[in-house]
Design a protein around this ligand. Sequence first.
Ligand code: AMO
Length: 446
Amino acid sequence: MITRTLVKQLAALPDGPVSVAGWVETVRDQKKVQFVILRDESGAVQLVNPATRELEEGADAAASARLALTEQISELGHGTFVRVTGELKHDERVKLGGLEVKIGSLEVVAEALETPIAADSSLDKRMDWRFLDLRHPKQNLIFRIQTTFLHALRTYWVEHDFVEIQTPKLMASASESRAELFELGYFEGKAYLAQSPQFFKQMAQPAGLGRVFEVGPAFRADPSFTSRHATEFTSIDAEMSWIDSHEDVMKMHEELLVAGFTAVREKHGAEIEELFGLEITVPTTPFPRIPLAEAKQIVAEHGYVVPRADADMDPEGERRISEYVKETYGHEFVFLTDYASSIRPFYHMRHEGDSNLTNSYDLIYNGVEISTGAQREHRIDVLVEQAKEKGLDPEELEFYLDFFRYGVPPHGGFGMGLARVLMLMLHEHSIRETTYLFRGPTRLLP
Ligand code: AMO
């Protein structure tokens, strides 16, 4: 390992020799003194060199070395990766962190071409150069936040006896709407990319795993160019046995989010305030719950009629109901519940006594849907009927229907888009910002 101190660790060290490494952000080359801002993955530090511009008569080796160093610094370009040894000095007058490193020696580890992107480059251009874009502290922080968030979710699940599973992403059939299915050649036949782990996380129930979770890729052949859709995204999924209704799923879901948001606030609250200019609020439980039909009525009373009465909330409706919930309950989250069976998949359980409604919900956060959850239909005869009613061929679903022929406990779960949660948490405008490498209809590179 190359020995170096991370920039964020310098503050805790006493004055004295240190070695740091990182990218040159800027060089201020003044006549008598040179300043270099060096950035590594943990932060930025000011390096300083008292410039030696020419050698006087009888100059010693140290003076020649300083002249060479001065010339070397003058030539440093933005983005060059360097390693520096020098003397750390704490000095309150230094704006950047109250410390600086006086350069003793500097080694250019890797040269860099002139950067093709600037702070005001378009999102598309920044995505073309994603590795340079991610080097910026704000973009970089997003993936540290994501790590903390997912770690907190995993901790919650492990503490609550959930088992982690990895379901296959190559499938023989669709698991969600056929309209959004990627088909690919598979030896002599064909296969499909998994749209969700739906069937296989449900399989864990007759398999006796009880409670499971997965964080993994999902694929949707969705040709839209909205700020919330990708053709490949990371889906956070959970499924649990022995529930009474979707209410049990919502309870777990909100506790899970509280755990995630608490961890993010504790670990990154100050950085988020500094770089994103916002405070992370840990949601209170229970989150408000509003039946979908009532939510549509509420937004209608507030001047917006969701275009199709028999359809899901549209994005404007989601934004409006969120606004209402924020004003009325001071909450950023809302569960919209009891969706009509006509707009839900066949595997959602329907209301006892009213088969037009399902035991299901969508979770809306700051105006956008981040998740769908439901109690599943576990009675084989009802399930087959519901599949037929949706025009599905039970023969194609035999492998799935078999799960229900061998004793399945009542169960339910949810799927939640990771990039959407982060986008809304950080008030970003597109999941392109909160996806490591975005995939859309016209983007397969880098
Ligand atoms: P659904 O299709 O609603 O439900 O997806 C669940 C969540 O996944 C995210 N999501 C997407 N994110 C980015 N780009 C997309 N194209 C995209 N499509 C979906 C959203 C969405 O709320 N099997 C069910 C879940 C379940 O019932 O357990 C499902 O996939 O955040």
